[in-house]
Design a protein around this ligand. Structure first.
Ligand SMILES: C[S@@+](CC[C@H](N)C(=O)[O-])C[C@H]1O[C@@H](n2cnc3c(N)ncnc32)[C@H](O)[C@@H]1O
Length: 194
């Protein structure tokens, strides 16, 4: 089953239908630098549009063509202009953006990757984040599943992220005040800088 298959067959259980409450909180906190933002594994784009409405120039990245179509359709509904939130169709591991990003938002992306790709995710963040930029991760799902469980999503904790970002500094970590229904106390916001 590929991601494109999942999108085409409507198997998108991860889709919460709204921006992450923790992202809205983070935007309001003014902890993030302005400028260019990247949303990894952007899906239908709710988080990308929340950032765009707050002033970032956003690129949503996804490798599934059907996700890219869904992003464009959702953008039209959101009222966000196409040049304020564009969708890039590509593989996170090989995609070449024109320039690095001031902010990278990662939610439900790292946890969706096979465990063996986590180190490559960290290495890639080194290339994609601009000098002085902030990598914002909403770490999820912080759970201990029963034996035999197979993801995605794969359980993820802040120290798992730290382990694949050697030499980075965790500049902030907090439990969000609000989460999507059913995800309460399974999420933690963590901000990182090189
Ligand atoms: C679990 S979904 C999350 C989507 C969105 N963030 C949300 O919460 O609604 C993961 C997304 O990452 C995309 N994806 C998976 N592997 C990718 C890769 N290597 N490069 C870019 N996108 C990828 C999938 O197509 C999918 O849309």
């Amino acid at each position: 089953m590929t991601w494109e298959d999942a999108w085409r067959e409507g198997r998108t259980r991860w889709d919460a239908g709204a921006p992450a409450p923790a992202l809205e909180e983070l935007i309001a906190s003014e902890r993030l630098p302005g400028g260019l933002a990247l949303v990894t594994g952007a899906g239908r784009g709710y988080d990308a549009f929340a950032l765009a409405k707050a002033g970032w120039r956003v690129t949503g990245l996804d490798l599934a063509p059907t996700a890219a179509d869904a992003f464009a359709a959702e953008r039209a509904k959101s009222g966000v202009a196409a040049d304020q939130a564009r969708i890039a169709l590509g593989d996170f591991f090989t995609w070449k953006p024109a320039q690095p990003f001031d902010v990278i938002w990662d939610y439900t992306f790292l946890c969706a990757l096979p465990l063996g790709q986590r180190h490559r995710w960290g290495a890639r963040m080194n290339e994609l984040l601009a000098e002085g930029g902030v990598l914002a991760t909403l770490v999820f799902p912080m759970v201990h599943p029963e034996a035999g469980y197979t993801g995605p999503p794969w359980p993820l904790f802040p120290d798992d992220v730290a382990a694949v970002l050697p030499g980075w500094t965790r500049i902030h970590e907090a439990e969000p005040a609000r989460s999507h229904p059913g995800r309460e106390s399974k999420e933690r916001l963590a901000l990182w800088q090189r």
